[in-house]
Design a protein around this ligand. Structure first.
Ligand code: DHB
Length: 302
């Protein structure tokens, strides 16, 4: 009842941990069997290893958190050599998230990861708000985003999902541009740029000053953007932004998301994903529907 098919992804349920909120799975594997998940989105990979930004690089708010990690990761070669092998034992499609400083870097990282048999799809991160070069620039201009999408599509052996930034004037323009450039799907939304101020030190809490806001605070923005984008594209949307419960998942699917990623909630409760998956069944009964896919079809295109 919970299973679904998306480009490159045969999922037993619509739930996946969001990029950057699950590392490469090691820590969560000590809590539950990762094969329970619909898919797993890995932390962004870049060409070279990255140490990330200076600390403090996380700050909490009443309804969410901000981070300015700065794409910390061991680099694509090390990810392939060390992080992918332990994930082989789980029966779950892996989505590799790709970031870069230039088109060439994105293309090279996407090519390497898409050649891995273990990788089912690529997620293109054109929306990291925390790096000086090659984060959000690729995701705020429609022509730049489309050009990158086309190049990565040409280099990738696997379907490409483009992760959209909410920090734009028109999310629908961005969505349509990357769809026309060949994107197989969208994932949205990434974090909203924000700031936390400390009145005692009289300075912003984050060393980087600004960071990406995630968690329940951004859920209504995510729902609005997914709803608007779903009306004007015909590729599937992986929805995310403040999801903490099965009810949130239902709401995202009614807005037009075909699958749903859980991000910040994993830090609050490591069992967030399995709990949501477990609760979804009861929601189908309550809504008198046979298959989870009915939710999306019913809402897609009015
Ligand atoms: C980072 C990347 C993101 O895409 C995001 O939304 C927040 C943080 C990062 O690694 O800094």
């Amino acid at each position: 009842r919970l299973s679904l098919e998306l480009p490159g992804l045969s999922m037993k349920n619509p739930i996946m941990p969001a990029s950057g909120c699950f590392g490469f799975g090691k820590e969560f594997a000590s809590f539950y069997d990762l094969s329970l998940l619909g898919a797993i989105v890995l932390k962004s990979a870049t060409k070279e290893p990255r140490f990330g930004n200076e600390t403090p690089r996380v700050a909490e708010t009443h309804s969410g958190m901000l981070n300015s990690i700065g794409l910390q990761n061991p680099g694509v070669d090390q990810i392939i050599a060390k992080e992918l092998p332990p994930l082989k034992r789980y029966q779950v499609p892996l989505i590799a998230n790709v970031a870069g400083k230039s088109e060439e870097e994105y293309v090279e990282v996407a090519r390497k990861l898409s050649q891995q048999e273990q990788i089912a799809a690529i997620e293109l991160n054109i929306s990291c708000p925390n790096v000086k070069e090659g984060g959000i620039q690729f995701g705020t201009d429609a022509r730049t985003a489309a050009s990158l999408t086309r190049k990565v599509k040409d280099a990738s052996k696997k379907p490409v999902y483009v992760k959209l930034s909410p920090n734009v004037t028109s999310i629908t323009e961005m969505a349509q541009a990357v769809e026309a450039a060949g994107a197989d799907g969208l994932s949205m939304i990434n974090t909203l740029v924000g700031m936390v101020m400390d009145w005692k030190t009289r300075k912003p809490v984050l060393a980087n000053k600004t960071g990406g806001l995630s968690g329940p605070a951004i859920k209504p923005v995510a729902l609005r953007m997914i709803y608007e984008v779903a009306q004007c594209v015909s590729i599937p949307i992986i929805g995310m932004g403040g999801v903490t419960s099965a009810q949130d998942v239902i709401e995202f699917m009614l807005a037009g998301a075909s699958a749903v990623a859980v991000g910040t909630a994993n830090f609050v409760d490591p069992f967030a994903c399995p709990t949501i998956i477990n609760d979804l069944e009861a929601w189908l009964d309550k809504m008198k529907i046979e298959s989870i896919t009915e939710l999306v079809e019913g809402s897609f295109k009015e």
